[in-house]
Each structure stands twice: as structure tokens, then as C-alpha cells.
Design a protein around this ligand. Structure first.
Ligand code: GRF
Length: 205
């Protein structure tokens, strides 16, 4: 089976991106990260990707006339590197039309809660403050709404009585690093079927 040609979009530390790259290298994930693009030039994740010899770009939205132009540049880079699927990994910008139309149904994200609970920023803090007993992480398709598209995989993480935002976030992050490569491997193996909001994992397509 040909490898999945991936592009990863980040904004910061890039630990999920690293987990994806390492899963590709170990062969657990039959994919190649063709390019990493960050919305912040100083993102730590860019250094990490460089260290793996992956082509990187740091794009400052302020250098573009508007968001569409900025996103069009991202699409041009992704297409220019033969990217078929896009993985958002801590990418802190809303996704607009240029990216959505170029990678419709071919863009996924990871979010640190059991969606649809606790969308948006600081999901771990939201779960803690709400008093949730269980939270977790979700890999889902990206659509025009924030943290909204069809859910591919989720992993539950219990909230412990003495949890702080940091301890809970770290335990969720450990699960994220396993869940994201697993979801991408299902895509690589063509095992994902989407019907309306429901994602079916099939053995043979
Ligand atoms: C992760 O918690 C991810 O779920 C969320 O942003 C964070 C990114 O962390 N979307 P990292 O940059 O992958 O370390």
C-alpha cells in the first residue's frame, strides 16, 4: 500500500507532530510527513521537525493581506509537497475556505477533550472547572466549525481528585500521542467510512 503523504500544521511545541513523525519512522504509521508548517515562526515544533530532516515553513499571517491569502500560501506549499492529508496538531488558527476546499474531508485535528464537550481553548481546564469525572481526547475531521467534524477516535481519561490543569493535561497528552497516529493509520489503511456525522471503521473497503 502506498504511504499516506501527510502535511502537519502546528503553532507551538509540536509534541503531537513529534509523535506522528516517530510513528512514521517506526513503521507503526504507514505515512510520510512531507512538510510541517507553523503559524508561528518561533514555534519549538519547527526545530523538532528540522531535527528529523523534514521541510518546514513558519508563516506569519501579518505578512499577508488577509487570511485567505495566508491560507492560499499554505495550500500552495502543501500541494507543492504532494500532501494528500493534513493533520492539525496544536494549530491555533481557525480554518478558512482555502484550506477547507483544498482538503475537504482530508483534514483532521486532535482536541484534548471528549467532544462535543469542552470545545475551544483550555479544554482541560474547562473539564476540571466543570467537575467532569472523565475527559480525554478526540481525533476528528475538520469542518467549517470549531472542533466540530465527524469523530474518528476518542480516548477517555479519568479526572483524579487531586488533578491540577498540568497533571490532567499531561495524562491526556500521553493518550493523544498514541491516539493520533492510530487514527492516521486507519486513514492510511483506507478503513474509514464517513456517513453524515458517523465514522465507521471497516476492515476491508
Ligand atoms: C494538544 O493538547 C492538542 O490536543 C491541542 O493542542 C495541543 C497541542 O500540543 N489541539 P502539541 O503542540 O502537540 O504539543
Amino acid at each position: 500500500m502506498p504511504k499516506l503523504q501527510l502535511g502537519v500544521l502546528i503553532s507551538g511545541r509540536g509534541s503531537n507532530m513529534k509523535a506522528i513523525i516517530e510513528a512514521c519512522q517506526s513503521g507503526v504509521l504507514e505515512a510520510t510527513v512531507k512538510v510541517v508548517i507553523s503559524s508561528h515562526k518561533q514555534a519549538k515544533g519547527l526545530e523538532i521537525a528540522d531535527g528529523y530532516g523534514i521541510t518546514t515553513f513558519g508563516l506569519d499571517i501579518n505578512s499577508y493581506a488577509n487570511r485567505d491569502e495566508y491560507e492560499q500560501e499554505i495550500v500552495t506549499i502543501l500541494k507543492g509537497h504532494g500532501v494528500e492529508w493534513v493533520a492539525l496538531a496544536g494549530y491555533m488558527r481557525l480554518i478558512g475556505n482555502p484550506l477547507l476546499s483544498a482538503y475537504e474531508h482530508k483534514m483532521v485535528n486532535i482536541h484534548p477533550s471528549l467532544l462535543p464537550a469542552f470545545k475551544g481553548l483550555n479544554a482541560q481546564k474547562q473539564a476540571l472547572n466543570y467537575g467532569a469525572k472523565v475527559t480525554g481526547c478526540t481525533v476528528h475531521f475538520v469542518d467549517q466549525h470549531l472542533d466540530n467534524g465527524p469523530i474518528i477516535l476518542q480516548k477517555a481519561v479519568p479526572v483524579l481528585e487531586d488533578d491540577t490543569v498540568d497533571t490532567l493535561s499531561n495524562r491526556i497528552l500521553e493518550q493523544e500521542h498514541m491516539l493520533y497516529p492510530k487514527a492516521l493509520q486507519l486513514i492510511a489503511e483506507h478503513k474509514i467510512q464517513v456517513q453524515d456525522r458517523r465514522v465507521k471503521i471497516v476492515e476491508d473497503v
